[in-house]
Design a protein around this ligand. Structure first.
Ligand code: SF4
Ligand code: SF4
Ligand code: SF4
Length: 173
């Protein structure tokens, strides 16, 4: 999305931050992570930043990493103390997209941008009789990558960790 469009629809706002993908549970993560910053250095999308206490955080939001997380695995690969560790059968994280009332559909404006941004086709627009279709998330298909968030013209999408408070550092639902 262009800067001018984003400026038209509203100023940037802070988004909640989370640990990088494949992070251990919070206490174990803080014990293992040496705050070396190598995951930040290799992240091709710029999603990871140095956060509180020097620990890495994944920050979604306006102006931050438009591609979100591509799950390239580079952060995990360079993490020598294995604070980021793949566990068989477990997703990299439990983050998911959440839609707010700022969605254009709430103003009867047709928009499918987020659906087009989603590689896994996790966003659907069920027919709405006499109205405008609202985006609906297929939670099983959403990876929490954040690509839809970056493209939404009204910043109506945020990434949240509904079932795993240990992953959220601040402000998550
Ligand atoms: S998986 Fe890749 S894109 Fe995602 S946080 Fe790690 S290095 Fe960045
Ligand atoms: S991109 Fe944003 S405004 Fe458009 S349908 Fe999706 S949530 Fe609504
Ligand atoms: S977070 Fe990623 S997978 Fe989930 S709806 Fe948005 S683009 Fe699709």
């Amino acid at each position: 999305m262009s800067l001018s469009r984003r400026a038209f629809f509203g100023a940037a706002r802070a988004e909640p931050a989370f640990r990088p993908p494949w992070a251990l549970a919070e206490a174990a993560f803080q014990e293992a992570c040496t705050r070396c910053g190598e995951c930040l250095a290799v992240c091709p999308t710029g999603l990871l930043v140095k956060g509180g206490g020097g620990y890495p955080e994944a920050v979604f939001g306006a102006g931050q990493a438009p591609e979100g997380c591509t799950f390239c695995g580079e952060c995990r690969r360079v993490c020598r103390p294995q604070a980021l560790r793949e566990v068989a059968g477990q997703a990299p994280w439990v983050l998911q997209a959440v839609f707010s009332a700022a969605c254009l559909a709430e103003r009867s404006v047709v928009c499918r941008t987020c659906g087009e941004s989603c590689e896994t086709r996790a966003i659907h627009f069920p027919p709405a009789l006499g109205g405008v279709s609202r985006p609906r998330l297929d939670a099983a298909a959403c990876t929490g990558c954040g690509a839809c968030l970056a493209d939404c013209p009204t910043q109506a999408i945020r990434i949240a960790a509904p079932n795993s408070p240990s992953l959220a550092l601040r402000g998550a639902a």
